[in-house]
Design a binder for this molecule. Structure first.
Ligand SMILES: Nc1ncnc2c1ncn2[C@@H]1O[C@H](COP(=O)(O)OP(=O)(O)OP(=O)(O)O)[C@@H](O)[C@H]1O
Ligand SMILES: [Mg+2]
Length: 253
């Protein structure tokens, strides 16, 4: 479980807040989607959870323990993180990319290779074909799969995914969304997934948290949010595609 309590982040000593008074809980095994437009504070919220960025105010607990009590580096290693943009190491092969965290954790070369192969299979990339290639020798969608495999390498209970499919074409995106749903049925991770795409949010989220200008507008199932928008912002956000959203929610049931 991940619990945010009155979380805030300011970069200018409190003149403005990029995240303001956000409280929410991500339950064990749940996928919570953070939905909001560009600049609404989605990435910042993720980075506060794994301490890539430090809190200005409030508290975050992971399984009941204050994140401030963890060493930030070991905290970060224990939480899978898929970067916004792909962020593979360009000079490392695909297998080395996937196993990067395992090298830091002192796994042997053979163990790393073995794990990397298993993870590449898990994300539907044939290791025989891809393990020894470099990132630039893969398509965007394939690189994104590697990003997901890499985040899973240390078998973390928690995964933070920051617009992992933002840059992909609609078909590849559809494929990868299906993949994440399948993976999650298999692995039951607790996931915070960031997107600005309403349909992606409906498809992947057990619940959705809508952020606007750093503030939490509403958190709930897509069905609840669509039926009872808590603020004008949420109502407007879904208004344009209300029928499409309702159909998708029906399909995903
Ligand atoms: N290091 C920083 N210093 C100052 N301001 C920052 C810093 N990092 C982010 N911000 C600001 O915080 C706000 C929220 O940024 P954040 O990256 O969380 O947005 P986002 O919702 O992820 O947007 P996007 O969808 O474009 O990725 C933005 O206005 C951004 O300019
Ligand atoms: Mg972002």
């Amino acid at each position: 479980m991940i619990k945010l309590k009155n979380v805030a982040k300011t970069y200018d000593d409190g003149k403005t807040f990029v995240v303001k008074d956000v409280s929410l809980t991500v339950n064990k095994g749940e996928t919570l989607v953070l939905l909001g437009s560009s600049g609404s504070g989605k990435s910042t919220t993720l980075k506060l959870i794994n301490r890539l960025t430090e809190l200005s105010a409030g508290d975050i607990e992971i399984n009941g323990q204050d994140i401030k009590s963890f060493d930030p580096i070991s905290l970060r290693r224990s939480i899978g993180y898929v970067f916004q943009g792909i962020g593979l190491f360009p000079h490392m092969t695909i297998a080395e990319n996937v196993a990067a965290v395992l090298r830091i954790l002192n796994y042997s070369i053979a163990e790393r290779r073995d794990q990397a192969y298993q993870l590449l299979n898990l994300v539907n990339l044939d290791p025989a074909k891809f393990a020894d290639r470099f990132p630039h020798e893969l398509s965007g969608g394939q690189q994104q799969r590697v990003g997901v495999a890499r985040a899973l390498a240390a078998d973390p209970h928690f995964l933070l995914m920051d617009e992992p499919f933002g840059a992909l074409d609609a078909i590849t995106r559809d494929d990868l969304q299906a993949e994440v749903l399948r993976l999650n049925q298999e692995l039951r991770k607790t996931i915070v997934f960031v997107t600005h795409d309403i349909f992606e949010a409906i498809r992947l989220g057990d619940r959705i948290a809508v952020l606007h200008q750093g503030q939490l507008q509403q958190i709930g199932t897509s069905h609840d949010i669509l039926a009872n928008p808590a603020t004008q912002f949420v109502e407007d956000l879904f208004a344009k595609s209300k029928m499409q959203c309702a159909n998708l929610i029906e399909q995903e049931k």
